[in-house]
Design a protein around this ligand. Structure first.
Ligand SMILES: [Zn+2]
Length: 262
């Protein structure tokens, strides 16, 4: 994807080239020897052609390099981490019903680009050795959810694991799961700092989610439920505004839309 703000310098150079072209081809200079000022302008013109082309190429290349690539994320599939299939019937979530069970297991009927708006960042508050398999087991047995609550898990090395199907509403942020993407980073960031590799993966994943599904906002779990949770832990929470800025997302909960009306 070509980003306008990256190509603006190239467009400015093109403008200069056209301007100089108009000057050197101006009527009256082509009879006899051109004056020195025109020769100099021709040199300037050539300089702009070269610098304009180089700048243009570089900005276009940078625009391409920063493009989201789901393949590069190398997301570890549920089969690979040996996830068990969701158990909707046996869960507290139950099957969604607009009137009888609005909080139930809800498969978005519309394309995700029309639903998703906010990335919600969590910490696992568990030992680093507890990965997606352990979290899913805990969510299924202790919480009796239908599946792991989060859509993505990022471990200490920055590996990204597929969690709950993205087409299914999460169960990660009380009362604010419709249209939010739940991403959990392994660790307890009330006690330790997140690893650089984790933050890097969060940004790369966030960029892909933003570009693919028109996500507009990023927030921490506690932004949605202040006083209820300290998730994603102080050390990660304080980094979120800067991460949102880097991803060109708004920070906060204002992008939240809410559940569909029955
Ligand atoms: Zn949380």
């Amino acid at each position: 994807m070509i980003r306008p703000w990256r190509t603006l310098p190239a467009i400015a150079q093109m403008g200069k080239i056209l301007y100089n072209l108009m000057i050197v081809s101006g009527k009256g200079y082509w009879y006899g020897e051109p004056p020195m000022s025109v020769i100099l302008k021709r040199r300037t013109f050539l300089k702009f052609v070269v610098t304009g082309s180089v700048t243009g190429m570089l900005t276009l290349l940078m625009g391409c390099r920063r493009r989201c690539s789901w393949e590069d994320l190398d997301i570890i599939s549920r089969d690979t981490w040996r996830a068990v299939p969701p158990d909707v019937e046996g869960s507290v979530e139950g099957v969604y019903d607009a009137a009888a069970n609005p909080g139930g297991w809800y498969v978005y009927p519309q394309p995700l680009a029309e639903v998703l708006n906010t990335i919600v960042v969590h910490h696992s508050a568990l030992p680093l050795s507890d990965g997606p398999l352990e979290i899913q087991a805990k969510h299924l047995s202790t919480q009796r959810y239908a599946d792991i609550a989060y859509h993505f898990v990022i471990d200490a090395a920055g590996e990204i694991y597929a969690g709950r199907d993205l087409q299914v509403r999460g169960a990660h942020t009380g009362g604010h799961n419709t249209g939010t993407v739940g991403i959990v980073l392994l660790g307890n960031f009330e006690e330790t700092m997140p690893f650089e590799a984790q933050l890097d993966s969060l940004k790369r994943l966030g960029r892909c989610l933003r570009d693919t599904y028109r996500i507009t906002h990023l927030a921490g779990h506690r932004d949605f439920q202040p006083g209820v949770t300290v998730c994603p832990g102080a050390a990660l929470w304080t980094l979120l505004p800067e991460i949102a800025r880097e991803l060109r997302l708004e920070y906060g909960i204002e992008g939240y839309v809410g559940p569909p009306k029955p």
